[in-house]
Design a protein around this ligand. Structure first.
Ligand code: AHM
Ligand code: MG
Length: 337
């Protein structure tokens, strides 16, 4: 069988579907190359001296792991010089990163969570990189890009993807015409197309949520998980299984592979009112991928991709996955309103 690489896939998309411009093609190739470098560092673990924490905290007040910072640097350096970007933003940086004046500037904005699932780094469990691509607004041409230019609803994303560093290193990508998956061929150093059209089954009997937060959940979430736990004789009439990896990339990857529902809902703690996950670096790109694969993604009642961001590091409740199940949770929220 002839193998198709990421480069071939992108050239085809550019030619046939006109789904990607030359600039976006270059951008995705460079991000994918950076992910290879991050995956390489991750795989070295203690041998590369990359495990453990630094003294520093990020903008969210979380202690930074060495690999969080290294991954951020790899992505910044890889994407600065290509001429395809106007600016970048990262979960690990307080303010946006402008392209230095020594390089030409492009028409796109890149946002990323350089290493998602930080709590899993030191325990050798799958982690990943999530990215989102936006157009720089037209009025930004001729002046310096600012933070407001990034505050676009997820529905305007040009492309989104993630790399997962697990037993295999994979890259999952959408440019707005379905979702495809590539597996890293380590010997050749190339991304090989291994999933041509990823579709999430509409129904599921598997849920993913951090159950230790149960006492803080809002009533509709308690009701839904209660119904799942009730099993066959409960209102949903089926037995459910539970999984929680605590790396969003890995949990979403499982859902893309065999269906399921992922929930990190907002809750009633003062710190949980807005949700935990970040809209721009996690929720939006994952929601685009999930919708492109036939699933759904909401914050409770609203489609995540329609939410107008008001801050770069904004948090949001996230419920995504198999369509019918997400719709059920939405209905529970509407019932409770
Ligand atoms: P991070 O970006 O700091 O790694 O945090 C996001 C992660 C998600 O990958 C995962 O779904 C969630 O946090 C797990 O949270 P918890 O430890 O509360 O289960
Ligand atoms: Mg994250």
């Amino acid at each position: 069988m002839k193998r198709k690489t990421l480069t071939q896939y992108l050239v085809e998309q550019q030619r046939k579907e006109q789904a990607v411009s030359a600039e976006v093609r270059l951008l995705i190739e460079i991000v994918a190359r950076a992910c290879k470098a991050i995956g390489h560092a991750v795989s070295k673990g203690a041998l590369g001296g990359v495990l453990g924490s630094l003294e520093s905290e990020n903008v969210q007040g979380e202690v930074q792991k060495k690999l969080d910072v290294l991954s951020n640097e790899i992505l910044l350096e890889a994407n600065e010089w290509g001429g395809h970007l106007a600016a970048m933003a990262s979960e690990e940086m307080e303010t946006i990163h402008l392209i230095p004046n020594r390089y030409p500037k492009g028409e796109h904005l890149l946002l990323f969570d350089p290493l998602d699932g930080s709590s899993n780094i030191d325990v050798n469990v799958s982690i990943g990189t999530i990215f989102s691509v936006l157009h720089a607004p037209h009025h930004a041409s001729g002046r310096e890009v600012d933070e407001d230019d990034f505050l676009q609803a997820g529905a305007t994303q040009v492309a989104a993807g993630y790399a997962v560093y697990g037993p295999q290193t994979m890259l999952v990508l959408t440019v707005g015409s379905g979702v495809v998956g590539f597996t890293l061929d380590r010997e050749m150093g190339s991304w090989v197309l291994t999933e041509e059209d990823i579709r999430i089954p509409e129904e599921t009997t598997e849920f993913a949520i951090n159950m230790s937060n149960m006492r803080h959940w809002e009533p509709p979430v308690k009701r839904y998980i209660g119904d799942c736990l009730a099993g066959k004789t409960g209102p949903l009439g089926k037995d459910y299984n539970m999984r929680w990896i605590a790396s969003m990339v890995a949990d979403v990857h499982r859902i893309l592979t065999r269906g399921g529902i992922f929930m990190y809902p907002r809750d009633e703690r003062p710190s949980g009112k807005a949700g935990k996950l970040r809209l721009m670096y996690e929720a939006n790109p994952m929601s685009m991928i999930v919708e492109q694969a036939g699933g759904a993604a909401i914050d409770g009642t609203h489609r995540i991709l329609d939410v107008q961001p008001n801050a770069l590091h904004q948090r949001i409740g996230v419920i995504l996955g198999s369509k019918q199940e997400v719709e059920r949770v939405r209905q529970y929220h509407l019932d409770a309103a």
